[in-house]
Design a protein around this ligand. Sequence first.
Ligand code: SF4
Length: 230
Amino acid sequence: RALSDLEERVIACRLCPRLVAWREEILKHKPKRFAKETYWSRPVPGFGDSSAKLLIVGLAPAAHGGNRTGRIFTGDRSGDFLFDALYRFGYSNSPLSIGKNDSLLLNKVYITATVRCAPPKNKPLLEEIINCRPYLIEELNILKNVHIILALGRIAFDGIFETLKIMAKEKGEPFPIKKPAFRHGLELSLPDGKILVASFHPSQQNTFTGRLTKSMFDAVFKRIDQLLNS
Ligand code: SF4
């Protein structure tokens, strides 16, 4: 219930004027293959299992991916790369995430983003990350079983690190960790027992150039398996 309440508020959010305007602008630049599609064109909420042990944090919906389909990491090559891995590692009943009306179910994983609206050039402003942070905090508070947080890309890593620091401060808990520089495979034990893992983002830019290969991504999920079962 708490997640569906949050979802409703996220979908109605209009806090970032630049991103609200950009949602309209995107509609004028649909690629031919999506020309007849009705785009979601609203903020894209998180998606997954409310008893998740693994929380995956991405950057933001893609203009013609999540912003089109209404589901995070869905309808673009980044999502195809991610959902294929999730299926092979037992987190999903299908390797394909097509859209909000398919029968995809996630198991023990929840996927969210640093900002919930598609930003121009996939680059959110700091103020937009700050505006969207309360939703991430709510998700972290609701998803009580999360043990591992996987940040996809530097912006997601920096965003979730700052979020966890703010949450600890608000609760009067210590957070004696200096943020390390982002690198693929980074693993950070947090004061509350959670573990933050970092991976390159599975963007086309990274996967097409070989910066992030399937075996590199699999190694991250193998390590997460080990951490969850240790
Ligand atoms: Fe609201 Fe987040 Fe979208 Fe900004 S990015 S309008 S805070 S949902």
